[in-house]
Design a protein around this ligand. Structure first.
Ligand code: GLY
Length: 392
């Protein structure tokens, strides 16, 4: 225990030093004004520590601005501990470690959760971040078991992991969960986990991507033949439309696949998806919830969480291309829009970013327009990547 916290302290000093070293490189007039946004985000998170009870995790805010809380097995449970770890990485303040560690530990049983593909989201944003800061055997084992749970959902006929239960449904979001398999394969889990991730990613390119770089949300497979039964949507506007957050998950997921494999197919796919996303943004750089939403649609709301995910993804993708400037500019514009117009400052929201649409097809208005814990998580990650990027 003492050894663990000594390691944390060393990590804290290292992070603080690295943060301090980067700070002078930032021009004072640089937009967006990350420092101010960061201090607001940290104050929102600080408040949440006393408000969120043990064993419960925020998902999205309700009408009065308080978090809706869920049990640990909900797909979003890892993002809150992840936000606390990011608060530590962004601030260098070691007082974030104890709450981050505590909320992470509340997810321990999820390593055995075989009922959802989202065990990747849940464990990588919590235990994955904890391990990054303080590599240790117990957390490695938790993550390896989590990867085995995820891999148990692989079907060799479909060549994919099953995302949702019932029919064999695969959603574009599932690209995000492959990171756990790649990670586990590199940390003693064996080559099969890597192979499963590669198979899933290749099937996603074949079956979810469209010629124009847009994406289908849901593909349903026949597991007897491996053939596709149907392509449809759940959270998007129409079967053939491009759901904005799904597109953002794709950019992020394929950028991660390129990092993990070095295979240029994934880089090309990430770029195609990014170009589609950026070409379809409205003037304020924050997408509506679907890129093919008709102008007169009665629920024409934004999904700021899609902008947060895409900003973070672009701030990694820019490292993989010869000319990062267009992606830097796009990420900076999105991040700037979130900071200037989508912070929850002055609202009742307990979150950091407002106007995210969990599911605009839902009957519950809280699902159309709220703060979401994943929007906040990827906003903090984007801020971190922005503040720590190397100048081009
Ligand atoms: N399934 C994750 C999401 O709603 O984006």
């Amino acid at each position: 225990m003492v050894h663990r916290y000594r390691s944390f302290l060393i990590a804290a000093i290292f992070l603080f030093a690295s943060f301090a070293c980067h700070a002078p490189a930032l021009r004072r007039d640089r937009k967006p004004s990350c420092r101010d946004a960061l201090s607001f985000a940290l104050s929102q998170l600080r408040r949440s520590i006393t408000e969120i009870p043990a064993g419960r995790f925020p998902i999205r805010t309700k009408a009065q601005g308080a978090w809706e809380l869920t049990p640990p097995e909900t797909w979003t449970s890892g993002f809150y501990p992840g936000c606390l770890w990011l608060a530590f990485r962004l601030s260098g303040d070691s007082s974030w470690i104890q709450p981050a560690r505590m909320k992470t530990g509340e997810l321990k049983e999820q390593q055995f959760n075989t009922g959802t593909h989202d065990v990747g989201f849940m464990m990588m944003s919590s235990y994955g971040q904890a391990f990054l800061l303080n590599p240790n055997e117990e957390d490695r084992q938790n993550l390896l078991q989590s990867a085995r749970s995820l891999a148990s959902r692989f079907n060799s006929k479909a060549g994919c992991i099953q995302s949702w239960n019932g029919d064999f449904q695969v959603i574009i979001d599932n690209m995000m969960n492959l990171e756990l398999l790649f990670w586990a394969s590199r940390h003693g889990g064996g080559p099969d986990l890597h192979e499963i991730a590669v198979s899933h990613a290749r099937q996603t390119i074949r079956n979810h991507l469209r010629e124009d770089g847009g994406s289908f949300h849901v593909v349903v497979y026949d597991t007897a033949t491996g053939l596709i039964r149907e392509k449809r949507t759940a959270q998007g506007y129409a079967a053939g439309s491009t759901w904005a957050r799904g597109q953002a998950w794709g950019i992020y997921g394929f950028t991660m696949c390129f990092r993990e494999t070095g295979d240029s197919l994934y880089l090309r796919t990430a770029l195609r998806m990014a170009d589609y996303f950026l070409d379809h943004l409205p003037e304020d750089h924050v997408p509506f919830w679907d890129f093919n939403l008709p102008e007169d649609h009665p629920r024409r709301v934004r999904d700021a969480s899609a902008a947060a995910i895409a900003s973070s993804a672009l701030l990694e993708l820019r490292n993989d291309v010869r000319d990062p400037a267009p992606y830097d500019r796009a990420a900076e514009r999105m991040l700037g829009a979130l900071i200037d117009r989508y912070l929850s400052r002055g609202t009742e929201s307990s979150g950091i970013i407002v106007h995210a649409a969990y599911n605009a097809n839902s009957r519950n208005p809280d699902d159309w327009d709220a703060s979401t814990i994943w929007g906040d998580y990827y906003f903090l990650e984007a801020l971190y990547r922005y503040l720590h990027r190397t100048e081009s």
